[in-house]
Design a protein around this ligand. Structure first.
Ligand code: ARG
Length: 461
């Protein structure tokens, strides 16, 4: 069954010589992908460098270089002004650029593809795109870190319960809890920096898969692109997408970290926790219940992290069965990659704003979070920790049986479980005092928070 060629003579495809009829409508609508349109700017960057290299290699005359460069520069202007028009029939971004170049400069546009294939072209476009977004995501993470650090400074010496198993465990400065997310975000930044090094390799000159009989100069192309180096194996250059998976993982891991914070934001705004209020402008109402103020930003961040994990899995599956080298399956990488990248960009911006609007007012922790302090005072007096742990456990059990809380304990209660307790030890049951005594390096103490802020400011500057 043949239909009307979808190109209709208006758009562009870069092939056809060996075909006796134009593409079927069904083939066209199934194979054409518009998600690569956002590579337009990078496609032009790649083409400008390619033309310059071809000129230097003697494959284009000086006049041809000038004409093609001017034509491409005009398309850059159209791209920057958002006036570049894709046509329905353009097979992909590469075909659209070559079509437009032909409209602007005529037949010489046909020389642009000298010594090049869409296989090395799309590989380059993606790398250039990802190098730019690496910078943008690092900036976003940095802004997130600064917002968390500002919040940490604002809450001052506020003490909250730190949790394990979602059970109150030890008293901690709220600032210490918030700064934990800066530590995770700093590693996310490092991951992007690391991926950036592997992205910074030009595949231009690999051609379809095996290079060319023309005297191309891939080193010069890389240099003109400002990239750190070039491919060493042309087949790998067009087939590899592990840098795409790595970038996607860097995004997804950062989203997973944001998602954990998001879960806490949701918990903290509940009536039960009552730790925080976010600004009205960053929360949503319920269509049914007038009193509701919902933390949708946090919930959607969690949701998008879930979606990103799915796309990341898809990217890995996409590559696992592919023979060398380029296979059209790889076209699918872009939709998945862009979805993940957009999810992180959006979540970073939204969560940064949400944290920036937070008013913290947490209740004090339950005094039982000082149980470890009571055990440790015995340890200081030479009692083996296991014995001290048992004594404090027995104290808590006795108090519970008598319907008393830890601050209601008497000196007699203490001495009954272990004669090495002293009456002054009763003062240890204050959670803020517990944090005040926290001395260990990097621990949840006030001095540690100040030290972290100094270290983090240095790392982020
Ligand atoms: N749209 C294609 C992609 O994204 C571009 C490369 C096409 N190459 C080819 N040999 N058909 O992968």
């Amino acid at each position: 069954m043949t239909g009307t060629p979808a190109t209709g003579g208006r758009g562009a495809r870069m092939w056809g010589g060996r075909f006796s009829e134009g593409p079927d409508r069904i083939l066209w609508s199934f194979t054409v992908d518009h998600s690569d349109r956002r590579l337009l700017r990078d496609d032009l960057t790649g083409s400008l460098a390619h033309v310059a290299m071809l000129g230097e290699a003697g494959l284009l005359s000086g006049e041809e270089v000038n004409t093609l460069t001017e034509g491409l520069a005009a398309i850059v202007t159209e791209a920057d002004r958002n006036t570049f028009r894709f046509l329905q029939g353009d097979e992909d971004v590469h075909s659209a650029v070559e079509r437009r170049l032909g409209e602007l400069v005529g037949e010489v546009a046909g020389k642009l593809h000298t010594g090049r294939s869409r296989n090395d072209q799309v590989a380059l476009d993606l790398r250039l795109y990802l190098l730019r977004s690496t910078g943008a995501r690092i900036d976003g993470l940095r802004r997130f870190c600064l917002a968390m650090m500002e919040a940490a400074e604002e809450v001052g010496d506020t003490v909250v319960a730190g949790y394990t198993h979602l059970q109150q465990a030890q008293a901690v400065p709220l600032a210490h809890h918030l700064l934990a997310y800066v530590s995770t975000a700093l590693r996310d930044i490092e991951r992007f920096e690391d991926v950036g090094r592997r992205l910074d390799v030009s595949p231009l000159g690999a051609g379809a898969l095996g290079g060319s009989s023309l005297p191309l100069d891939p080193d010069r192309s890389a240099e003109l692109l400002g990239m750190a180096g070039r491919f060493v194996n042309s087949m790998d250059a067009v087939a590899a997408r592990d840098h795409v998976s790595e970038y996607a993982f860097a995004c997804t891991q950062a989203l997973v970290h944001l998602s954990r914070l998001a879960t806490e934001c949701v918990l903290w705004t509940t009536t039960e926790f009552g730790w925080v209020t976010f600004s009205d402008a960053l929360t949503t109402g319920s269509s049914a219940m007038p009193h509701k103020k919902n933390p949708d930003i946090a919930e959607l961040t969690r949701g998008r992290a879930a979606t990103a994990i799915g796309y990341l899995t898809g990217l890995m599956a996409l590559q696992k069965g592919l023979p060398m080298t380029y296979n059209r399956d790889l076209q699918e990488d872009k939709a998945a990659l862009f979805a993940i990248d957009d999810a992180l960009a959006g979540a970073l911006e939204a969560m940064t704003a949400l944290i920036g609007s937070a008013e913290f007012h947490p209740p004090p922790p339950d005094p039982s979070v000082t149980a470890l302090d009571l055990a440790e005072i015995l340890v200081e007096r030479g009692v083996p920790f296991r014995e001290a742990h048992h004594a404090v456990g027995a104290l808590l059990a006795t108090l519970a049986a008598e319907g008393k809380t830890l601050p209601e304990a008497t000196a007699a209660d203490l001495v009954k479980v272990d004669p090495r307790f002293e009456p002054g030890d009763l003062s240890l049951t204050d959670p803020a005092g517990s944090v005040g005594r926290r001395l260990s390096t990097g621990g949840a103490g006030f001095a540690s928070v100040q030290e972290q802020l100094r270290i983090l400011e240095r790392r982020l500057s």
